[in-house]
Design a binder for this molecule. Structure first.
Ligand SMILES: [Zn+2]
Length: 303
């Protein structure tokens, strides 16, 4: 059984026409899940202020909340847009990931998937960036540490972009291990393994054009062993599907089946070390057809 946390208001975050991070992404992801058996849907609640403050600076939170009073769409940076529905969508996206942790930790389910937008892994403690307003997956980790007393949490990120925001926030926090595969060179030009090996960050890069074999190899040879050795009590997943061959924003050549594979591998680690507890949160994935199929493949591994 897989629990899905989402909210229709995540579609109210509007971006300009032609912007790849569109409300249609949410519909594509939900379409695939609605076809599946053993998937239970729950409506997410907005993240609370106290949890937000565990991760983001008061300046960032106040800045974002202040934008909401303007009532018109504007660019926070060239990629990241804020409109009338954005604050509520961002609070619900973060809240879905946080709620998912509560559901899993209270044994209401073993595995949960926050199917939301805006995504989160580029948002740093002090700024929005790369389509992201708040860092949903780090907020989930913060909730698990603060409210559920965990001491070791792994964040596994297979989005094609490096989760610079996640790294910025959790770097040096020995209670969290961050393991990421990402294409390099590519936005946001961070995540160089040479400068981040050691500590609690493990980055692995893939060149443009890399295929399924290279993706599976970096996870099998580096990232999965590192995560398993950490013995996480909860496995969190930044689930981005923009490494797909069809994706317009990057040049990896992954297939639908690679997302089933990574879902299975992460589930195995959760089963071995974390009593099965796994929470994923949707990050990227910008070809609507590939996103629909990839989400289904990933969810198939978690059901
Ligand atoms: Zn991405």
């Amino acid at each position: 059984m897989l629990r899905i946390l989402s909210h229709p208001d995540c579609a109210r975050h509007q971006t300009p026409t032609e912007h790849p991070e569109s409300p249609a992404r949410l519909a594509a992801a939900m379409r695939s899940l609605e076809r599946m058996n053993n998937v239970h849907f729950r409506q997410a609640s907005p993240v609370d202020e106290a949890t937000l403050r565990l991760v983001h600076t008061p300046h960032h939170i106040d800045y974002i909340k202040g934008l909401d009073s303007g009532g018109k769409a504007e660019a926070i940076d060239p990629d990241t847009w804020f409109g009338p529905g954005t604050l509520q969508a961002a609070l619900l996206a973060a809240g879905a990931a946080v709620d998912a942790v509560d559901h899993v930790m209270d044994d209401r389910c073993q595995r949960a998937f926050a199917v939301v937008r805006p995504p989160g892994h580029h948002a740093e403690s002090y700024r929005a960036m790369g389509f992201c307003i708040f860092n949903n997956i780090v907020l989930a980790a913060a909730r698990a540490l603060a409210a559920h007393g965990l001491e070791r949490i792994a964040i596994c990120d297979f989005d094609v972009h490096h989760g610079n925001g996640t790294e910025e926030i959790v770097s040096g926090n020995e209670e969290i291990l961050f393991a990421s595969s990402h294409q390099s060179p590519l936005f946001p030009d961070s995540g160089d393994p040479e400068t981040t090996l050691g500590g609690n960050i493990h980055n692995a890069t893939l060149p443009p054009g890399a295929t399924s074999d290279a993706f599976r190899d970096v996870w099998l040879s580096q990232l999965l062993p590192r995560v398993a050795a950490f013995k996480p009590q909860l496995v969190l997943v930044s689930a981005g599907f923009d490494g797909h061959n069809a994706d317009p924003l990057a040049q990896l050549r992954l297939k639908d089946d690679d997302y089933f594979w990574i879902g299975q591998e992460l589930r195995k680690i959760a089963d071995t070390h974390a009593r099965g507890r796994l929470v994923a949160s949707l990050e990227g994935g910008y070809d609507l057809n590939a996103l629909e199929r990839s989400v289904q493949a990933f969810a198939d591994a978690l059901v």
